[in-house]
Design a protein around this ligand. Structure first.
Ligand code: NAD
Length: 517
């Protein structure tokens, strides 16, 4: 099992945007599969953030002055570099997260898609656009789209490359600078992604990766930057939303999920059962959009459960920097504890373990078997709380209406999956679900990969959207410029005010006859 070389981590460490890094205490990062040290990064401070923001403001004023088309060229080059360096990127991601190779590849592909999509659409979406003025001829109007300034990107550990750089890309393309804080346990994936962006020609001060604890470095970022893009738990999202509110700065928050899958009685049960393995256990279930609740029509529930548990039992759990395994490790002892606690609670209250159910220290310190439960009831913690691990529950239902009601009975609203006999029926059910994305005949990946469509959550799953035009424009401030010519709105000389008001009213009433108004 080849571990990436220590030199890689030593090189990446030098990219941390902290002036006097040697004066900061180091934080060690270990290889998840084995617990062996990989390298260290400095633990930054609020002063380090302030210094990075000051440098970023200078760099941003030059960057924003460059045409969007020119900025986009950097990201076209970036996409090519990501493709060329994909194996090295996957090695780093796997080393510090312990995920399986294919889950690391999902990140690399997500980054490629984001770079390509936003680089293509940014020049058009950011172009100044003419709009009809209040009064024809008299008013001429256009809307200019301007960057926010310096954007704070606070990222989680589960998809540490794509949920950091993937969000930095649209923010940068829109003309902003970015201060990026990776999770404390996964700095190297973000640094590896940033390294390629510098190589593609992005000035260093425009994207500053500052490492350190969330409550110190992350909080300082919210205090100094002009916009926040946060991905993480709903609890932290709430805290940061209040902080943004106090400063009246905008934010986008991509938070947790308790995502449902619905399987109807006429669905292809074999296909649904096989695909559900990926839908539930990508990155060992540590994925905000993966499935934790499966509602299956009672007529096919036992068939689905048997096929699904057989496919789950056959999945290869292991530690390897290649495609020889299906499911990797959990990332931390805290994650292992949460999964164990949710499982113990469910079993104590009567749930049945259909497959899995045990930690696997024989494979690595943080491995846990993919686990399928039936008989889960309301009083069990895992019925409503996000486990964010390899634990999924199957619930038989008597109708589609019951499945939809149960799926929607949650504070979360991130992603859902629907398996039905036909696409039209699948899409009909999708429209009844209160989630930001729905995948028909898949778990989550096509919605994630459709970069042209917005992605995000309702309820406590988030505010705002990444991807799609919304995912670029949220990093901008529109400015409307409206010029008045020939006359202004005062009555012309010798025209009585009464008559003038009647003229204006007549014009206002007839505006509906003109197109685009
Ligand atoms: P977390 O909220 O603990 O941490 C996320 C980030 O916030 C980290 O970088 C952390 O250092 C930082 N942070 C923590 N406390 C902070 C504070 N007080 N001030 C500023 N920054 C702070 O979340 P986590 O446990 O790392 O991630 C798992 C959660 O993230 C799950 O709930 C998961 O569903 C969610 N998630 C959501 C998405 C999405 O796109 N919707 C994607 C991935 C993960």
């Amino acid at each position: 099992m080849p571990v990436p070389e220590t030199e890689v981590f030593d090189r990446l460490r030098t990219l941390v945007a902290i002036d006097d890094a040697a004066a900061r205490p180091p934080r060690g990062i270990d290889e998840v599969f084995t617990g062996k040290p990989l390298g260290t990064v400095p633990i930054g401070t609020a002063e380090d953030v302030a210094a990075a923001v000051a440098r970023a403001r200078v760099a941003q004023s030059h960057w924003a002055a460059r045409p969007a088309r020119e900025r986009a060229r950097v990201f076209h080059r970036y996409r090519s570099l990501v493709v060329a360096q994909r194996a090295a990127l996957m090695d780093v991601i796997q080393a510090e997260t312990g995920k399986a190779r294919w889950a690391a590849q999902e990140e690399v592909m997500g980054l490629m898609f984001a770079a390509r999509y936003f680089a293509r659409v940014a020049p058009t979406l950011l172009d100044e656009r003419r709009v009809p003025g209040a009064f024809p001829v008299l008013n001429r109007a256009f809307v200019d789209v301007r960057p926010k300034g310096v954007v704070a990107v606070i990222a989680p550990w589960n998809y540490p490359l794509v949920l950091s750089l993937g969000d930095a890309i649209p923010a940068l393309l829109a003309g902003n600078a970015v201060i990026l804080k990776p999770d404390s346990s996964t700095p190297f994936s973000a640094l590896a992604g940033a390294e390629l962006l510098y190589r593609a020609g992005l000035p260093r001060d425009l994207l500053a990766v500052v490492t350190g604890p969330g409550p110190v470095v992350g909080a300082a970022m919210v205090d100094c930057c002009d916009y926040l893009m946060f991905t993480g738990s709903s609890a932290t999202g709430r805290t940061l939303a209040q902080r943004c509110g106090a400063r009246l700065i905008g934010f986008s928050a991509e938070l947790g999920g308790k995502n449902p899958m619905i399987v109807t009685d006429d669905a292809d049960i074999g296909r649904a059962a096989r695909a559900a393995v990926r839908a539930c256990f990508s990155n060992a279930g540590q994925l905000c959009i993966s499935i934790e609740r499966i509602y299956v029509h009672r007529a096919v529930a036992e068939e689905f459960t048997e096929k699904f548990t057989a496919a789950v039992s056959a999945a290869r759990l292991g530690a390897a920097y290649d495609n020889s395994v299906d499911i990797g490790s959990l990332i931390s002892a805290a994650q292992l504890r949460t999964v164990t606690d949710h499982l113990t609670d469910a079993v104590a209250k009567g749930a049945q373990v259909r497959t899995g159910g045990a930690a696997r220290p024989d494979i690595g310190p943080l491995f846990f078997e993919p686990t399928v439960l039936t008989g889960v009831t309301e009083e069990m913690v895992c019925a409503r709380e996000e486990t964010f691990g390899p634990l999924v529950s199957i619930y038989p239902v008597d109708s589609v209406a019951e499945a939809v009601a149960a799926a929607n009975d949650t504070e979360y609203g991130l992603n859902a999956s629907v398996w039905a006999g036909g696409l039209a029926e699948g899409e009909r059910i999708a429209r009844l679900l209160k989630t930001g994305t729905v995948c028909v005949n898949e778990g989550y990946a096509p919605a994630w990969g459709t970069t042209a469509a917005p992605m995000g959550g309702t309820g406590i799953s988030g505010v705002g959207r990444r991807h799609g035009p919304e995912g670029l424009l949220e990093y901008t401030e529109p400015q409307s410029v409206v010029s008045t010519r020939f006359l202004n709105l005062d009555p012309p000389p010798l025209v009585p005010r009464d008559l003038w008001q009647r003229v204006l009213m007549t014009i206002a009433r007839s505006l509906r006859l003109l197109p685009g108004r």
